[in-house]
Design a protein around this ligand. Structure first.
Ligand code: CP
Length: 299
């Protein structure tokens, strides 16, 4: 891969190579201290981020590379003066060996590749995709279950605007015998293009209407917040799907609860101490899988 724009680019072989490398980096981080010693990586974030930006920036530093960064690039870079993404990439690539882009437009990272001679990594684009989140989600599932094929997963929340869901589903579609249950409130259903994508890959997708429709033996519950920043007040509405301890008590002791974070009220704090609630371990895995990804591009 020259660039990483979509989970459609993954293969199971590539994912498993990254999982093995991420495991090594987790166990022996010091072994990679100088792995990218002479490299420079740029992070261009036109939308807010805590996990993706800081885990990428930590990964850069832990691999011994140098970092150049613009947080809030929408206002604090020359984008505010009208510079388009093509010109920004043409300029920034002169200063670095890879560019990590988060943008409010779905196709900005793809546009960046049209002029880029260094790798472009999509760190989340609008309501489209977030492939490196899918990497850490798949790595987390694999770490806890020792397999991905054969899992049953329920995706919950804002299935329409949630780019983490879109990229995760495309990643899961690489594996066999996956069954997906989708639950959202009205208006935030999974767009048809993803349902068709799953169907074309032989994945069963059940659009369900209640938490009661999820089998008690589900392997993974993957919840997401409502992306209110992409809606007007009326659309944002109310009626969140809430997971609390009473809900978790319905599921098996092997049912993992994941969330890309940040969360709002959709997972109540009483669940945090449940050993099945693995969202903070999930976000920590973002560091190791992003180290593995950068190493595979630049090492
Ligand atoms: N999960 C995720 O993308 O979080 P941030 O928006 O904080 O990067």
């Amino acid at each position: 891969m020259k660039h990483l724009i979509s989970s459609e680019q993954f293969t199971t072989d590539l994912l498993h190579e990254l999982f093995v490398l991420a495991d090594q980096m987790k166990s022996n981080p010091r072994d990679f201290d100088d792995a990218l010693k002479h490299k420079v990586v740029a992070t261009l974030f036109y939308e807010p981020s805590t996990r993706t930006r800081l885990s990428f920036e930590s990964a850069v530093q832990r691999l011994g590379a140098k970092l150049i960064s613009t947080e809030n690039a929408r206002e604090m870079s020359s984008a505010i003066k009208g510079e388009n993404i093509h010109d920004s990439i043409r300029v920034v690539q002169g200063y670095c060996d890879a560019i990590i882009v988060r943008h409010y437009e779905n196709d900005a990272a793809l546009k960046a590749t049209e002029v880029a001679r260094v790798p472009i990594i999509n760190a989340g684009g609008g309501t489209g995709e977030h492939p490196t989140q899918a990497l850490l989600d798949l790595y987390t599932i694999y770490s806890f279950k020792q397999r991905i094929s054969g899992i049953k997963i329920a995706v919950l929340g804002d299935l329409k605007n949630g780019r983490t869901i879109h990229s995760l589903l495309k990643g899961l579609a690489l594996y066999s015998d996956i069954e997906v249950f989708g639950l959202s409130r009205k208006g935030l259903e999974l767009p048809d293009e993803y349902i068709h994508y799953l169907r074309d890959k032989g994945i069963t997708y059940h659009a369900i209407s209640s938490l009661e429709d999820i089998p008690a033996s589900i392997d993974v519950l993957y919840h997401t917040r409502t992306q209110t920043e992409r809606m007007n007040g009326e659309e944002a509405g109310s009626g969140e799907i809430i997971i609390d301890q009473a809900v978790m008590n319905r599921f098996s002791d092997q049912s993992l609860l994941m969330h890309p974070l940040p969360r709002n009220q959709e997972i109540s704090a009483d669940v945090d101490s449940d050993p099945r609630a693995i969202y903070f371990k999930q976000s920590e895995n973002g560091l190791f899988i992003r180290m593995a990804l950068l190493y595979s591009y630049l090492g």
